[in-house]
Design a protein around this ligand. Structure first.
Ligand SMILES: Cc1cc2nc3c(=O)[nH]c(=O)nc-3n(C[C@H](O)[C@H](O)[C@H](O)COP(=O)(O)OP(=O)(O)OC[C@H]3O[C@@H](n4cnc5c(N)ncnc54)[C@H](O)[C@@H]3O)c2cc1C
Length: 574
């Protein structure tokens, strides 16, 4: 039990307006836009998005989208690579559906106007390979501007198709009604229109036959993240408050090298791509010793999760007193760095670093979340009328570790499947029964967001210790006592809700699997081939279900040792 339970609804002023549509989509990344676009021909579709259209992760994606387009590749290869990366926790049926539909989704995007980089032969898009893929199957655009091209394509097509967009509109909570079978059913969503500063302009209700959550991941729960500021886990927190389960949320992928901009740096950090190490750059610790020497046969080019954990271990030993970053030395490239990596050069210069002459300070950062709201690849959740797609959803296609470039593909495939289903048939029309805003509710003070994020990065990062998880649990028992409202307080409340849920799941899973690594359990344990579902109970306490039996858990405890887990044999860059 915590001293401060989490709120079951977000405090907000009473609603002063209402709208009614067939389908309301929360979020305007690849998943939400795909859903709205596919539903639109025969449905009224409204996208509610809390910032500008392109504020989510989609626009930042670099590498590209995975799908089998090369005849010498096969669907079976892509399935196998995905299952290996997922470390035993993938839903194989959903993986097979995703992989089978991925080529169609990529051709669909091209038909919508996405300009993927062409192959040298000019016979189709160029296909590249990323960590964990056995064949070249990643389409990309503008070199490393793939997400921006997907965002542009879907934005333009959705608007041209008549999808209505309500921007600077913050989705607060679900409206729930009762269907003819007497069960709970989603009936709409409470929305706050906000200004650029995040202050409330007005609050209203959007009633809809279908509510699609497409709010992305929760990278901003960590102080150090590659995710943009809008990615605060709002949709996951909304679903938890509505009583839905979140699955596999302990599996957070960390990118090994983002630009470290000092202990007080906030918000999104620039990625220092693997390609820099591909050009021969080398990682050094604060004492000037090599980080990857003797760690892995591929040294600095080891898979992403291996490099991230090696850096974290080295930082934990604080060489020369430096415990929060290491250094990437690419100075052998000299001024060639500027032309090879213009974007990274700009980010470094912005931080006062010249990569041709200076070592670049880097640290691992939260990058992608494999888990989320439990949903099928058709977006259906356990609550009729409520759908979840994209990074906010847990469809089981990523298991315990995502295969690189499968996530944008998943967003387009799942989003389009949901939209198409809703075009064919809408759920029953139900009225909502929830009462309006309650002025006595309290939120988390926006100033506490720093505590949440720092705690998560410090104690729930790449390498998790039982002591660190306990410390995080205690530090996150923060008061929920702020009487004000607005984007800052709503996001802080959502961040705390998600953070406590992640800590609960990470504490319960006493093994190291995929991207969840604990220092006290040296590798995967067969009995832990189960999913953990986290829910918020009626008191606002986080509860975890799904752990193996006590006997099975003893197997995990028996393997306890105060050593750092070795890199699992199936570690892949993803
Ligand atoms: C730097 C970077 C590089 C990446 N590279 C790749 C790659 O190469 N290939 C790949 O497959 N994946 C990559 N990923 C991951 C991929 O970009 C994401 O998983 C994917 O874009 C998620 O899409 P989405 O539609 O689910 O969510 P997002 O694109 O994150 O969109 C979420 C939307 O929800 C909105 N929103 C959030 N909260 C609310 C609220 N309360 N009310 C209303 N709206 C809300 C946001 O403003 C946003 O519009 C990368 C991610 C990052 C950060």
């Amino acid at each position: 039990m915590t001293a401060h339970p989490l709120p079951r609804r977000l405090a907000a002023p009473p609603a002063t307006w209402s709208r009614d549509v067939d389908v309301v989509v929360l979020g305007s990344g690849a998943a939400g836009l795909s859903a709205a676009l596919a539903a639109r021909p025969v449905r009224t579709a409204l996208i509610v998005t809390k910032d500008t259209l392109d504020a989510g992760s989609t626009a930042w994606a670099q590498g590209g989208l995975a799908g089998v387009l090369d005849p010498s590749d096969s669907l079976e290869n892509h399935v196998r690579d995905t299952l290996v990366a997922g470390a035993g926790l993938c839903d194989e049926a959903n993986v097979r559906t995703l992989v089978a539909e991925a080529p169609k989704a990529l051709r669909y995007l091209m038909r919508l106007g996405a300009a993927f980089d062409p192959s040298h032969e000019g016979t189709g898009p160029a296909l590249t390979r990323e960590g964990g893929h056995s064949h070249n199957r990643i389409v990309h655009s503008g070199g490393d501007q793939s997400g921006a091209e997907v965002q542009r394509t879907l934005d333009e097509n959705a608007v041209a198709a008549g999808v209505e967009v309500m921007d600077r509109a913050f989705a607060l909570d679900l409206l729930v009604g009762t269907n003819t079978a007497g069960g709970r059913q989603a009936a709409g969503v409470r929305i706050a229109r906000i200004d650029a500063a995040g202050d409330v302009v007005s609050v209203g209700v959007v009633t809809a036959r279908a509510v699609v959550i497409a709010t992305g991941g929760y990278g901003q729960v960590f102080a150090s993240t590659s995710n943009p500021p809008a990615v605060t886990g709002d949709g996951l927190a909304l679903a938890l408050r509505a009583g839905l389960p979140a699955r596999d949320i302990e599996f957070v992928q960390f990118h090994p090298t983002v630009l470290w901009r000092g202990p007080d740096a906030k918000g999104q950090q620039a990625l220092i791509s693997e390609a820099v190490r591909g050009e021969g750059a080398i990682l050094f610790d604060g004492a000037g010793e090599r980080v990857m020497l003797g760690v892995h046969p591929q040294e600095d080019l080891a898979p992403r999760d291996v490099v991230a954990s090696a850096i974290s271990r080295r930082m934990a030993s604080a060489p020369a007193g430096v415990d929060d970053h290491v250094f990437l030395d690419a100075t052998h490239m000299g001024e060639r760095f500027y032309t090879r990596f213009p974007g990274i050069t700009a980010a470094c210069r912005d931080a006062g670093i010249d990569p041709a002459t200076d070592r670049i300070p880097v640290a691992p950062a939260a990058h992608y979340v494999c888990g989320g709201v439990v949903a099928g690849l058709d977006g259906r959740t356990e609550l009729p009328g409520l759908y979840a797609v994209g990074e906010v959803a847990c469809t089981g296609v990523h298991g315990a570790n995502r295969l690189a470039s499968n996530s944008l593909t998943e967003g387009v495939v799942a989003g389009t499947r949901v939209g198409r289903d809703l075009a064919w048939e809408l759920p029953e029309d139900v009225g909502w029964t929830e009462e309006d805003g309650d002025p006595t509710l309290r939120l988390v003070d926006p100033d506490r967001r720093t505590t949440v994020r720092t705690t998560m990065s410090r104690h729930v990062g790449v390498l998790r210790t039982p002591e660190g998880l306990d410390t995080a649990g205690a530090a996150l028992d923060l008061p929920v006592d702020s009487a004000g409202w607005g984007r800052g307080a709503w996001e802080a409340t959502n961040l705390l809700t998600v953070a406590r849920s992640v800590v609960a799941a990470a504490t319960t899973r006493t093994e190291s699997r995929g991207c969840h690594r604990r220092t006290d359990h040296t590798g995967p344990v067969d009995d832990w081939l189960v999913h953990l579902d986290v829910r918020l109970d009626h008191r606002g306490e986080v509860v975890v279900a799904g752990a193996p039996t006590a006997a099975a858990r003893a197997v995990g405890v028996a393997s306890t040792a105060s050593t750092v887990p070795p890199d699992p044999p199936d570690s892949r860059e993803a």
